[in-house]
Design a protein around this ligand. Structure first.
Ligand code: ADP
Ligand code: MG
Length: 689
């Protein structure tokens, strides 16, 4: 049955189930909605010499030689192959297990799927998918496009494809209720649409998954957005029926905190603080979005609002999407609040069991007044004494249901905590309609005084030498600090890290005088924190990073950011990255450094960023450019727990989903609940509402 746990599938044991759970797959139904990231064409072998750089292809040949080397991110297996035409290609593989390495032998044949890079040393392919055999005729090429699924450690996309197949067969047998009226779906059933997304005949084309005009994708997205919007409507109408804790500000702690600062709050900070105060002293739960451009000072506003809870004897929980960010909030809130004698604790996945136990006890006893953490906060074992206020940062990374889960920690009978949701990505109006339909909005529309606009420049490969000279000069003579952000390669974290590793060693070679650090997703949480701390403390001149530094990191002395191959990122994301600098008094610079020739559309887009600094305008431009049909970059930021829909790409469906959700919740609550149950993690808070 579709609602059965994955362990009901033969061959799926407890271990495999855990891995699936890690990517939010619990039931057979979850597998159905786990759509491929993209497709690969494994149907034909391309001669190496006719490969187009940057376009993924399947190549094959004989292994000429092999060698293993060790690097900072582990050992690399390098081998050279020659295809039918005797064209050579160098392959490198990271993190193979010894038994995998053993399978490589001279004169064996290999098929590889990946992208070819060529330079003066010849052609190479990094970390491709591969298959080995003792002759070319042993390889069987598929007839369909190969679906590629997002994976996790120890779980291969092939395995997921096989499980999805089982789920599709089950759905076929069991039937899948059609919950949307046929006049809205163009007659495409949900099952039909899902089948077309998972199993794609070659002639349907590779861009199917991301193309908003694809009717099958559109069918699924319409249903998902309708379900989520319905959930929001229901939660919103339920919110009005809850009561909360009236938290009237006494103003004493606040006055002491403001006294300790070296600056005064901006008018905008004071205005939104007033809006929040008014909500918090009321008897119904606040549900407010606090938006403000990067650097507008949301943290201070949030910190002031926590004092309302503290002065009334209640606890506050602050949830952030990543450990880096949670760690940073912990530091900031501690420095603002502990001088006032307020106890702030951090709960994360890295605590040792004894520390964790102690922290949990402090939370349960109420001794911890402010609790900061990631998803760890809404785990079962976490028990608050009297949680009356919940702050969620970077909300677009959390889904409605995760928000409600944390909130339920503070539910006492009919009482719910107040909620403040902070985001640095200003949300254009069209987007605000769906996932944010339930929120009141406060906007900090003013930056602290004295901020100089960040000078943003677009440069090409020919300027690399000049750029490095300049960097060396300012680091040595002016003690400036620099972020160097490496390009996003594709949705493979290994490749992102490998690119950062490469750039890191090149920069170290070119700039031996500088102290350079490296941070990427393959480092442990502890290593990451350490490198960030070294950078923050000024022990490093330069920090080479993958896009992990995107959100919220605050190092006021860093005033240059180099973003490599910016054309691979969306404008809004670039604006976020750029916001890492410009936090101190010095003039700051953002160098958009493209290593390849840019299309005129791409340079046009990047010029917009050079000439504009208003985050809202940039987000809207991003939306306009990324409208239907165009797919930029590969890694879209996951939005609000959606499985399929992307607010940028699927803009055209949003308003339709809105009116449909209204209609269904008003006229047919039973169907609305079925939709919600199908698309959001089954959560009693919704369905009982
Ligand atoms: P964001 O809105 O991006 O979260 P932060 O809260 O991190 O911004 O604030 C960015 C920086 O500006 C911090 O270093 C903070 O101390 C400083 N800051 C906040 N408010 C003011 C203000 N009114 N005047 C001067 N500096 C401020
Ligand atoms: Mg911030």
């Amino acid at each position: 049955m579709l609602k059965d746990p994955v362990t009901e599938i033969s061959g799926v044991g407890k271990k495999m189930a855990e891995k699936l759970n890690a990517i939010s797959i619990y039931t057979l139904a979850d597998l159905l909605y786990y759509l491929p990231l993209r497709y690969e064409d494994h149907t034909t072998i391309t001669p190496i010499d006719s490969a187009i750089p940057g376009v993924p292809i399947l190549v094959g040949g004989r292994i000429l030689n092999l060698q293993t080397k060790s690097t900072r991110i582990g050992s690399v297996l390098e081998c050279t192959i020659a295809d039918e035409n005797e064209t050579r290609l160098k392959l490198s593989f990271w993190h193979l297990y010894p038994n995998q390495i053993q399978e490589f032998e001279k004169n064996k044949f290999i098929l590889c799927f990946g992208t070819i890079e060529s330079n003066i040393f010849g052609c190479s392919m990094k970390h491709p998918n591969y298959w080995l055999a003792s002759s070319m005729s042993d390889f069987n090429l598929p007839d369909n496009l190969t679906a590629v699924y997002s994976v996790t450690k120890g779980l291969k996309t092939e395995k997921i494809a096989q499980l999805v197949d089982t789920a599709l067969k089950t759905a076929e047998k069991e039937g899948l209720d059609e919950l949307l009226p046929p006049e809205e779906t163009g007659g495409i059933t949900l099952l039909d649409a899902l089948k077309h997304m998972h199993k794609v005949p070659k002639d349907l084309g590779m861009d199917l998954i991301n193309n908003p005009a694809n009717p099958y994708r559109r069918r699924i997205v319409l249903e998902e957005l309708t379900a989520n919007t319905a959930a929001v409507y229901i939660a919103r109408s339920a919110n009005g029926s809850y009561s909360s804790y009236p938290l009237q500000s006494k103003g004493i702690l606040r006055a002491r905190m403001l006294d300790s600062l070296s600056f005064v709050p901006t008018g905008a900070q004071l205005r939104v603080t007033g809006e929040i105060d008014t909500d918090m002293k009321a008897n119904i739960p606040m549900l407010r979005l606090l938006q403000g451009d990067v650097g507008s000072g949301k943290t201070l506003v949030a910190a002031m609002s926590t004092l309302n809870a503290i002065e009334n004897g209640y606890q506050t929980a602050i949830m952030a999407p990543t450990e880096i960010l949670a760690g940073q909030h912990y530091q900031k809130f501690t420095s603002l609040l502990s001088p006032l004698g307020i106890s702030v604790v951090q709960l994360n996945g890295r605590l040792k069991s004894k520390e964790r136990k102690e922290t949990l006890e402090r939370i349960a006893s109420g001794e911890a007044q402010i609790v900061i953490g990631t998803h760890a906060l809404f785990q079962e074992q976490v028990d608050f004494k009297n949680l009356a206020y919940v702050i969620i940062d970077e909300q677009h990374r959390f889904g409605v249901e995760q928000r409600l889960k944390l909130l339920s920690k503070g539910q006492e009978g009919n009482r719910l905590p107040h909620q403040l949701i902070m985001t640095a990505t200003p949300i254009p109006r069209t987007l605000a309609m769906t996932n944010y339909a339930d929120l009141d909005v406060s906007t900090i529309d003013e930056l602290p005084p004295g901020r100089k606009p960040i000078t943003t420049k677009l440069i090409g490969n020919t300027s690399r030498g000049k750029l490095l000279d300049r960097i060396k000069d300012v680091c040595i003579n002016k003690k400036w600090q620099i972020y160097w952000v490496c390009p996003l390669i594709e949705e493979s974290e290994i490749l992102d890290c490998a690119a950062a590793e490469d750039e890191y060693s090149q920069l170290k070679k070119s700039l031996p005088e500088l102290k350079i650090g490296l941070v990427h997703g393959r480092l442990s949480g502890e290593e990451k924190q350490q490198v960030m701390k070294d950078f923050k403390d000024g022990n490093l001149d330069m920090l080479v990073a993958t896009t992990v530094i995107e959100v919220g990191v605050d190092v006021p002395n860093a005033n240059i950011i180099v973003i490599e191959d910016p054309q691979r990122l969306g404008l809004a994301q670039l604006h976020q990255l750029r916001g890492r600098v410009g936090r101190g008094q010095k003039q700051s610079f953002c160098m958009l450094y493209s290593t390849t020739e840019l299309s005129s559309a791409a340079s046009e887009r990047l010029k917009y960023l050079c000439e504009n600094s208003d985050g809202l305008k940039i987000a809207e431009k991003d939306l306009e450019i990324r409208g239907p049909g165009e797919y930029l970059g590969t890694k879209q930021t996951g939005v609000a727990g959606m499985k399929v829909a992307d607010f940028l790409k699927d803009q055209a469906v949003i308003s339709k989903a809105n009116s449909l959700a209204r209609k269904i919740t008003d006229n047919d609550l039973a169907t609305a609940k079925k939709l919600i149950e199908r698309w959001t993690r089954a959560d009693s808070t919704f369905t009982n509402a």
